[in-house]
Every structure is written in structure tokens, then in C-alpha cells.
Design a protein around this ligand. Structure first.
Ligand code: GCU
Length: 672
């Protein structure tokens, strides 16, 4: 497999001669510092990547030399851990501070007529990340004669969650079947495992949960653990730690015990033995991801235990191995009038009760990966618990594999949201960055399609996720441009069009799907397309009417004190902000308020008029995205052009459907 889709942004196509001349010195002399070449597989991955990239750029075989030290006469590109760089060279290149963990430095120095470029870090992983960064600079044809880059990830954990089932299907997956070929493992190792690892490592992703949170207990059988170990062997070479989703009732379902009670000694022993077995096979295993007492999954409630008691049983056993239990906060149902309140009610009182290696993974909003949600109120309310942010890269509710929506601005809105938890400036990003044990997880959009993510544009979101997980303060336009150039090359007209499409796509999607804070009005179960009138489903909180509450008075869910009072779960500042119709940001209006149809918004339009206006605008924006693509027809190959155009045509058609269905349905309540 090859080509634009398969290589995603690792597209090292041959560059022109001017490019080779510009980088000649670097392209010809590469030295890797190591004291033990054979042992360091991650360094070998960096070497392979450099060979591939520099070799393809220049259309020459790249010779890489190894040495255990360097001298101040050395020139060209040198990569190696900091401890191997002698003092004289350190002085020459003037590296005063070395980043911790996975961070790296890329520094150039002049040595007489000669130039040296050093990529260094405290670990080989840092070197690998620095190498990918350096290659991206070349892909973008950046000036590299005076580099001074110091990059340190703001969070230690940057994880992908695969919702892949053992039968090869993917829950909410829109890019083919699972990457993991369980039937062939461990005998046959697909070349895509390594390709996947390269893609992840190139953007700093350092952990991967292989299987669905709605998990089959067989994943913990000896047979599947051996298969998992074979995948771990490949991913380890790229600094990626493997985790597994596990079923809380595994001691019953797999171990044939009569209970899964976390306080029962037989249960504890069962997990202790199982975890020992795993670490014997995978010594650097990361740990478990758990969906418990959520959407029918078993959990500690059946035994009168709370989530912390459930999680801590695992944490105690895993501690010895340096492993973690990641416990999801996605719970709803029973005992709450408003689904949006449930997770906070269950988990906030448990703050401080989770052991340090028991991490709470919270979705970005309190409902479920909608086109736009206010921040989940648990962020800022759990200061004594290690937290993971859970994003969804796969576009379950945002047009799935068909709609082109660049998600980075949505994630950035969440990460820069000020919780006011410890005064002004307590942003979600800061909360995650403050604790070493906190980090990021995201539901992956990958599958075994040739193009990995379902279209030529969907990898932009995987790329952006990695970039924001590394640095939540990164600029989402810069990320988009970097992805665009690395993927599509340097044609200015094309890149400008791609930038227009990416940067306008999220707003377009919100407008034609769920403007003004509307949410969960998608079709039942598969969540594709509009169905605000739908009455299917056995639960009230699966029905759109539960969320939009349209009636003759107005539209929206009253979550203020007169309604469900979900606003009480936010800090005093945000509670006031959201609770008052006049100060509530209009983007969240119908999330927090039941607004009269004749209420006048900042635009001067009534709610009724604004709704009509925004749905129409969303359609026009979707058309603009498509027209922008049509305008660059002559700038791309016809296959790429047609495949993207097909998707954009579907998006426009769907946007019209959203507008027609929603406007006619909601307006049917006005003047009733
Ligand atoms: C959503 C999604 C489910 C998924 C669940 C979860 O409800 O539709 O498919 O299992 O989220 O995050 O656990």
C-alpha cells in the first residue's frame, strides 16, 4: 500500500533539487550517538525514519554512522541522548536546559565554516519525537540554519482508545475493520502495526488501549494475551505502551468464580494472578481501562461498593508493576433527573479517594461527544484525583466518516475553558497539565481502510489530537497548516483552500446540526442524521425530546435553579454566568435554558428567527466548503479530488436534511 492516503502526513515524497541543495549538509552527514546500538530499539526506529525521510527527500541512500561520542569538529546532523554529548560540544551548542520525560531539544550551532544540528533528549523516546519534529520541519521546507527548539509535553499521558471488538468490528468506527488481526496473531504480524506505531509516535502519542470499552472478557484469556504481547512487541519500538479494556465481571465470566466483588479475597486473588500473567508476557504493560456500571456494563455497585472502591482494588495490585487503572466517568441513568448531572453526583464526592494510579477518565462534556458541549463539570471539581480528558476523534455524532469537520478548535475551546476552580485562570488544560498522573485519551478514528481514517481529511483530527495532547496551548490554525503541508505539499492555492475548509468546518457543522446549544437530536442508536421527533429507545434520556424540550413556550433544557439545577455543579463564577439568560454564552443557550420563542438574541433576531438563520447559514457554510474544494480541482490528482468531493457532496446533502427536518419540526411548536 502506498500513496497520499496511506502515508497520511508522513508523506516524504521526493522534493525538488533546490530543496536538496538547501539541506545538503544535513542530508549527507548523519551521526547517531549510542553506547549500545543493539539494545535501543526506539533509537533504531528514529534511525529508520531518518533514512526513509532523508532518502526519499533527496532520492539518495542515506548513510548513517554510529559512534559513542562526538567531537567539536563534527558536522551535519547528530542525534543522541544528552548524557552522551561531551562537555565541549555542549558548550558549543549551548544547551542550558534539557527537557524532562519525552521532551527534546533541536539546536544548531556554527563551528567555523561548519554547522552542526543536534537532536537530543534524556530518553530515546524524546529523540524519536525530536526526529519526527525535525523531519516535519524539512517537509515544510522551514529554515533550519539556526534552530533552537525546546519542546516538552505538557502532559505525560497521550493515549488512543480503540473501540475495536475482537470480531474485527469497530464500535462507532467509520474507516473499515479493526487494525488488529486477532485471527492471524501471534503468528502473523501485519505490517500495519508498525505503520500505525509510526503514525502515533510522529505526533507524540505514547499509549494505546487496543480494545473496546464495551469489552469481551476473552481479551484476558491466555490466547488473547499472547496475541496482545505480539502487538506490544511492535508498538514498544515506537514508545507506545499497551493497555487493555477489561470487563469488571471477568472473574465470573472468565474465571468461573461466583462473584466479582472487589472486597472478596478470591476475586482479588484472581486479578492478582491475571495481572501477574500479563506482566510476565508484557513487562511494560500499561494497565486497564474500565467502563463500569455504565450502559449495562457490570461494576462495583452490584456489591454495594462505589467507583473508588472498585478502582482501588485494581490500583493496589497494579501498583507493584507500575501499572494503572483508568476508570471512566461516563455514567448516567438512575437517581438523576438530568443525565448531565449524574457523573458529577457519583464521582465528585469521591475526590481524593482514588489511589494515585487510579485515574478518572472524563468525557469533554457531560452528555456525549456532541458537536458542541459546555465543559464537563467534573473538571475543576476533582483537585485530588488524577484525571484523563476523553475526546472522541471518531465522529460518531458529527457526520461520521462523511462530514469533513476539523475538531481541533472544539478541543481547544474545552482546554482553554476557565473553570474558575481555583480562581481565574484555572483552565481545563492547566488542570490536566498540573498533575504528573493526568493526561489525555481519545477514541480513535482509525481502521484498516487504506487511508486509515475514512477519508483524506479525517487524519487531520488524529494529527491535531496528538499535537494538542502534547501542548494544549498550541495554535489550532498552525496545527492545521502543518498537517496540510506535510500531507498535501506546497501548492499555495491548494493549501489556502484546505485551510479555509478546515478552519470553517466545525462552525458549519454546529450551525447545520445543533446551533445555540441544542444537543442529542440525532437519529436513534446510529446517531447519523437529524431526528428531533424520534420516540424510539427504551430510555427517556436517549430520546431527543428529553434534550430539546420544545413546546409552545420555547426551546431548550432548563438546567438553571428553576429546572434541573445542573448549573450548581459549576464553580460560583460559571454558575452565575450560565444561570443567567443574559450572560449565558449564546453558544450554550439552549443547553442551559428553556428560551421563549420571542426572546431577542444579541443579533437582534428572536430565537425563532435565529434558529432559522443559523440552520440556513450552516447549509451555506457547507456549500462553501464544497465550493472551495471545487475551486482547486486542477491542483490535485483526480482520485484525491473526486474522493474528497464525494464526501463534501454528502455533507451538503446532509446539511440540507438537517435544516429541513429541524426547522420544520421546531417551528411547528411556535404559536401553537
Ligand atoms: C456512546 C456511544 C457508545 C459508547 C459509549 C461510551 O454512548 O454511543 O457506543 O459505548 O458512548 O463511551 O461508553
Amino acid at each position: 500500500m502506498s500513496g497520499l492516503g496511506y502515508n497520511v502526513w508522513l508523506n516524504y515524497k521526493r522534493q525538488n533539487k533546490a530543496f536538496s541543495d538547501k539541506y545538503r549538509q544535513i542530508l549527507t552527514k548523519v551521526l547517531i550517538l549510542t553506547s549500545n546500538k543493539k539494545q535501543d530499539h526506539i533509537l533504531t526506529s528514529a534511525e529508520e525514519e531518518l533514512k526513509l525521510a532523508l532518502g526519499t527527500f533527496s532520492n539518495k541512500q542515506i548513510k548513517i554512522t554510529y559512534a559513542n561520542t562526538i567531537y567539536d569538529k563534527t558536522e551535519g546532523l547528530v542525534i543522541g541522548t544528552y548524557n552522551l554529548i561531551p562537555d565541549s560540544v555542549r558548550k558549543l551548542i549551548q544547551i542550558h536546559k534539557i527537557p524532562k520525560n519525552d521532551g527534546y531539544v533541536i539546536k544548531t550551532a556554527k563551528n567555523g565554516q561548519k554547522q552542526i544540528t543536534v537532536i537530543t533528549a534524556i530518553s530515546s523516546k524524546g529523540i524519536l519525537y525530536g526526529t519526527f519534529k525535525f523531519i516535519r520541519l524539512l517537509q515544510q521546507q522551514k529554515e533550519i540554519s539556526s534552530l533552537n527548539i525546546f519542546s516538552e509535553p505538557k502532559t505525560s499521558f497521550r493515549m488512543l482508545n480503540h473501540w475495536d471488538n475482537l470480531d474485527g468490528s469497530i464500535e462507532r468506527g467509520y474507516a473499515g475493520k479493526s487494525l488488529w488481526k486477532w485471527d492471524e496473531l501471534p503468528q502473523k504480524i501485519s505490517s500495519r502495526y508498525k505503520a500505525y506505531a509510526r503514525i502515533c509516535a510522529s505526533v507524540g502519542i505514547n499509549a494505546s488501549v487496543l480494545n473496546n470499552v464495551n469489552t469481551q472478557p476473552e481479551i484476558l484469556s491466555c490466547e488473547y494475551l499472547t496475541k496482545t504481547a505480539a502487538i506490544a512487541d511492535v508498538l514498544r519500538r515506537y514508545g507506545i505502551t499497551i493497555y487493555l479494556s477489561v470487563n469488571f465481571a471477568s472473574p465470573i465470566l472468565l474465571g468461573k468464580l461466583s462473584s466479582a466483588d472487589p472486597a472478596d479475597n478470591n476475586v482479588i486473588q484472581w486479578w492478582t494472578d491475571k495481572i501477574k500473567e500479563i506482566y510476565e508476557l508484557i513487562p511494560d504493560f500499561g494497565g486497564f481501562l474500565m467502563k463500569a456500571d455504565s450502559e449495562g456494563q457490570p461494576g462495583p455497585f452490584a456489591y454495594g461498593k462505589n467507583h473508588a472502591e472498585g478502582a482501588n482494588m485494581f490500583a493496589r495490585i497494579l501498583q507493584k508493576y507500575g501499572g494503572r487503572i483508568i476508570w471512566r466517568a461516563f455514567v448516567y441513568g438512575q437517581g438523576e433527573t438530568d443525565r448531565a448531572k449524574k457523573a458529577y453526583s457519583d464521582f465528585q464526592p469521591l475526590d481524593g479517594k482514588f489511589l494515585p494510579n487510579a485515574i478518572l477518565q472524563i468525557k469533554n462534556g457531560a452528555i456525549d461527544f456532541q458537536p458542541r458541549e459546555p465543559v464537563h463539570p467534573l473538571f475543576g471539581a476533582m483537585p485530588n484525583t488524577n484525571l484523563f480528558m476523553e475526546f472522541q476523534i471518531t465522529q460518531e455524532y458529527l457526520g461520521q466518516g462523511n462530514h469533513l469537520v476539523y475538531l481541533a478548535p472544539m478541543w481547544k475551546e474545552i482546554l482553554t475553558f476557565d473553570t474558575f476552580a481555583s480562581g481565574k485562570g484555572t483552565t481545563v488544560g492547566k488542570i490536566l497539565a498540573e498533575k504528573d498522573g493526568s493526561g489525555f485519551a481519545a477514541v480513535s478514528n482509525t481502521g484498516d481502510n487504506d487511508d486509515w481514517c475514512g477519508s483524506l481529511f479525517h487524519p487531520a483530527n488524529l494529527f491535531a489530537y496528538g499535537m494538542l495532547a502534547w501542548d494544549y496551548e498550541a495554535d489550532t490554525n498552525d496545527i492545521a497548516r502543518e498537517w496540510a503541508v506535510c500531507t498535501w505539499g506546497h501548492n499555495v492555492k491548494l493549501i489556502n483552500a484546505i485551510m479555509f475548509i478546515l478552519t470553517n468546518s466545525w462552525e458549519a457543522c454546529i450551525n447545520y446540526m445543533t446551533p445555540l446549544g441544542l444537543h442529542h437530536i440525532m437519529k436513534y442508536n446510529h446517531h447519523y442524521g437529524p431526528d428531533p421527533a424520534c420516540d424510539e429507545g427504551e430510555r427517556e434520556d436517549w430520546k431527543p425530546r428529553y434534550y430539546h424540550r420544545a413546546d409552545s413556550v420555547g426551546l431548550g433544557f432548563d438546567r438553571t435553579e428553576t429546572g434541573s439545577n445542573a448549573i450548581s455543579q459549576y464553580s460560583e463564577h460559571n454558575k452565575k454566568l450560565f444561570g443567567n439568560l443574559k450572560t449565558c454564552p449564546e453558544k450554550y443557550l439552549l443547553w442551559f435554558h428553556h428560551v421563549p420563542w420571542n426572546y431577542v438574541l444579541s443579533s437582534g433576531r428572536t430565537l425563532k428567527e435565529e434558529l432559522v438563520f443559523l440552520y440556513k447559514k450552516g447549509v451555506e457554510q457547507a456549500e462553501e466548503l464544497r465550493d472551495k474544494w471545487i475551486s482547486i480541482k486542477n491542483e490535485v490528482d483526480s482520485d484525491s479530488y473526486e474522493s474528497v468531493l464525494n464526501k463534501l457532496n454528502i455533507q451538503v446533502k446532509d446539511a440540507h436534511e438537517w435544516q429541513n427536518v429541524c426547522v420544520s419540526y421546531f417551528l411547528s411548536f411556535v404559536d401553537k
